[in-house]
Structure formats: C-alpha cells, structure tokens
Design a protein around this ligand. Structure first.
Ligand code: LLP
Length: 462
C-alpha cells in the first residue's frame, strides 16, 4: 500500500480521490481511473497499455461512466434547483460522433449543433429532431433547408438569416420554430478566442437593435419565435457572468412580451470550465446549475415574468474529463542546459489546443504509474512545426521509447478540431466501460487520406 507522500510525485497523484461524489469537471482523470497490479493505468476497467497494444497508438480512450455521470449531474441539478422546466443540451461541437450522441441522448439531454454535418451526425445517431437546436452565424441556404426538412429548432443569429428563413418558410408555407441569439455584452475572463458574449463578437443580434429584431420577427407569419439565447464564452470559472446573464435575458424576455412575442425558452449557453491542471478551480456542475437556476428565478421575479423553460448547453464540461489520449514515446533530444524534448507519435493534428490557445495539460506514463516523476521534459508532437508541443515542462518519470504517455482531459475540442496536417491519419477512439472496449471511431488509414483526392488522367504517371 503506497502512502499519500509516496504517490504525491507519481502519476498516481492525479487519480480521483472520491469518484462517487466528485463533479467530473473537477477531476483531472476520468472517474473510473485506477492503477492495477502491473502498475498500469486502468480506465473503465480496461488496462490502457493493453488498449494501445490492441487498438494502436495514438488512441483516444473515452470513459462511458464519466460521460454518463456528467450528463446526470446536469440533468439532476437543473431539476433540483430550477422550479420551471429545464433541459441540458450537449454542445456537440466539443466532440460530435454518433456513439457520444447516442449516450448523451440516452441520458435525456438534447443537442446543440452548428452545421449541416453536425445535424446529420445527430440524426444518424437516431436523435429526435425535436431535441436538436441549430446554431451558427453564417448558415447556408442549404443548411437552413436541411434544418427545416429535418424539423430541428433554428437559433437565428442575424438579419440576413432572418430574412432568408422568412423567405424559405414563406415559399414552403410551413412554420419554423426559431430562437433568437443575442449578444449580451458580458465580459468574462477566458482566452480571447473563446469569448463570445462581449459586444465586439461576430455572434448574435446586437442588443442595440433589439427593438428592430423583435419587430421584424413579429412581422413574419411563418416564423414562430419561441425563445432567446445567449452564450458568453468557454472555460469559465467565475459564477458572476452567468448570474448577470440570467438578469439580462429575463429583462429581454419582458421586452419581447411588449412586442407581442410570448416566449417559452431562455437558453443561457454553456461555458463551465474543467480542471486541466491542479491550479484550475472550476465550480462543480451542481454549483454551476444552482447559480444559473437561482439567478434566473430571481431575475424573473424582479422583471415580473413567468419562469421560462431553462436550457443550458455545456460542451467542454460534458466530455472533457471523460477522455484521455494515449501516445507512444519515441525519440529524445537533449539541448544541454536548455530543454529535453521527448517526442510522441501524435500532437497538433489530434490535439490542436496547445498550439492554438497555449492550453495546458497534465500527463502520466501509463505503464509506470508509481515511478517517481524525476524529470522535466517538453513533450513534443511529431509534426513538422516547431510549435507542435503537447506539454511544455511536463514532470514525468524519465520517459523511455515505447512508454505509453497519456495526456489527460482530451475529450473536448480535440477530436472535433483534429486535422490531417502532414497527412497523419486521425487516431481511433475507443469507448471503455466495465472492462469492455469498443471502437467508436475507426483510425484513418492511408487510403482514407487520399480518398477525396482526384488525379486527372493527364497527370497520371503510373
Ligand atoms: N453554446 C454556444 C453557442 C457555443 O458557442 C459554445 C462553445 C457552447 C455552447 C459550449 O461551450 P462550452 O460548454 O464547451 O464551454 N475550441 C475552443 C472552444 C470553443 C467554444 C465554442 N463555443 C477550445 O478548444 O477551447
């Protein structure tokens, strides 16, 4: 039995201490993470080293229990703290694939989608269109037609879209349910690229044009406006911005009533942060839902409006912690007195977040979980780009070629933002649960990489 002191400087330090009660977004590892007799990391009852042997490397490993727990915590917390009707919808941009959609659906959540491709993925997974909400600041006519054919709710972002929808629904003589996205003008402290609620944002109607927006909507016979939406940003740890948002939206709900729009829904977006490193300190899912619910109720009371149906749309906090990425360690380069590079067999093509947002991650050596972290190394990817660094200054037990290096908390915005840079195929993803593993996304092959290429006859050499 290892003592607390002896695990403090090993990969074991990141294991969840009280997985039964923990809010997944506050854990550094999936809730089922343990270590077995061989000193290997185990997730969902599966030995991570064996998973890599069987399914190859790099490998995304998604823990079903953590994902389901997160969904339940959202659903139950909203029910507990909000007296009106409520619904959590998964912002599937965080990771859209059929298996995740099916799991999230079976837990009773709905879906936020942002493209024809995301609509298609959810429909292919068997999701009812009544649970799908279609976002986007520049939806194409084709996408709008697809959305209307499918019967999903459209979250209208701007005047052009409003006009286009009025025209299309008029031609079809069929009513569409819409929700209006407004820019709330609320600042929050997160990376500049993932802030969306401040006024200088490409998303949503400007609140200075709210009267014009409400008037226009009221004029179109085939547009049935059922609610308002606002989203203020992502990876947020503070609670005040969502408290303010509840107030702003309830005020607009009242105003909409003055324009003859009787709205049933307020959607307060997503944004709850997760713990990527020890210093990240997000509120729990329950505390976040409580804050959103209570502040909205208070605001509705203040403005004298009835309680709308409350929708929230988490992405990162729903899938982020449930997944880890396993890589195989390869070459090492020591730059004396400057840095030691340890390269892995993936990098910016399977996780573009470090190079895009300077995001920080923690990692462990999955085949030596109890070895002391005695070295500081920079974990580099294998792409032809100097900035392709997975983790700068990672503390690890001297990584050796063939070690399985696992990066934690890679469920959100990793696969969904993955690319084929350098013609590297996207890794496979396996779903693990109670000792069983199933492939949910196949690894891309060389054939997959040239599948869309066309070689005109006159250029053919062979
Ligand atoms: N709703 C709307 C309208 C959104 O734009 C987003 C995220 C969400 C919900 C979900 O937010 P979340 O709960 O995941 O914070 N690629 C960036 C994150 C971009 C977020 C985009 N919108 C990253 O890797 O950090």
């Amino acid at each position: 039995m290892l003592t607390v002191e002896s695990t403090a400087n090993t990969g074991r330090q990141y294991l969840p201490e009280n997985p039964e009660t923990l809010s997944p977004n506050q854990s550094l590892m999936p809730l089922t993470a343990t270590v077995n007799d061989q000193d290997h990391l185990v997730v969902g009852g599966c030995d991570v080293v064996e998973l890599v042997e069987k399914y190859g490397s790099p490998l995304y490993i998604l823990d079903e229990h953590t994902l389901r727990t997160t969904c339940r915590q959202y659903r139950e917390s909203l029910q507990k703290y909000y007296s009106g009707e409520s619904l959590a919808i998964y912002a599937s941009k965080a990771w859209s694939c059929m298996a995740i959609c099916a799991i999230v659906d079976s837990e009773g959540l709905g879906f936020d989608v942002v493209s024809g491709g995301e609509i298609y993925t959810t429909l292919q997974a068997g999701i009812s269109p009544t649970k799908i909400y279609f976002h986007g600041n520049n939806k194409s006519r084709e996408e709008l037609n697809f959305a209307l054919d499918s019967g999903v709710t459209i979250i209208v972002d701007n005047f052009l879209e409003l006009e286009m929808l009025a025209e299309i629904t008029g031609d079809r003589q069929a009513t569409a349910n819409i929700i209006l996205r407004l820019t709330p003008g609320i600042e929050c402290h997160t990376h500049e690229y993932i802030r969306t609620g401040h006024l200088d944002s490409k998303f949503g109607f400007d609140p200075n044009q709210i009267e014009e927006t409400f008037t226009l909507v009221g004029r179109h016979d085939y547009l049935n406006c059922i609610g308002l939406h606002a989203h203020i940003g992502s990876q947020i740890f503070e609670q005040q911005p969502h408290k303010d948002l509840g107030d702003v939206l309830a005020g607009w709900l009242k105003k909409a009533g003055e324009y003859g729009l009787n709205l049933e829904i307020l959607n307060l977006g997503g944004g709850l942060g997760i713990r990527y490193t020890e210093s990240d300190d997000p509120p729990s899912i329950e505390a976040w839902c409580r804050n959103v619910a209570e502040s909205l109720e208070a605001a509705c009371l203040k403005y004298g409006v009835g309680l709308p149906k409350l929708i929230v749309e988490p992405g990162r906090s729903l899938v982020g912690t449930a997944c880890i990425t396993a890589y195989t360690v390869g070459s090492r380069k020591v730059v004396p007195e400057i840095r030691t590079y340890v390269s892995v067999d993936g990098g910016m093509s399977d996780n573009p977040r470090p190079i895009t947002y300077q995001s920080l991650y923690r990692s462990v050596v999955a085949n030596r979980m109890s070895d002391e972290c005695n070295e500081t190394v920079t974990v580099a990817g294998k792409h032809c780009e100097s900035g392709d660094v997975v983790i700068k200054d990672a503390r690890l037990p001297t990584p050796q070629p063939g070690d399985i290096l696992v990066v934690l908390d890679t469920g959100a915005y990793n696969y969904s933002m993955a690319s084929n840079y350098n013609r590297i195929g996207r890794p496979a993803a396996v779903l693990v649960n109670e000792g069983e593993a199933q492939v949910i996304i196949r690894r891309e092959t060389y054939d997959d990489l040239v599948r869309q290429d066309c070689l005109p006859e006159r250029l053919r050499q062979i």
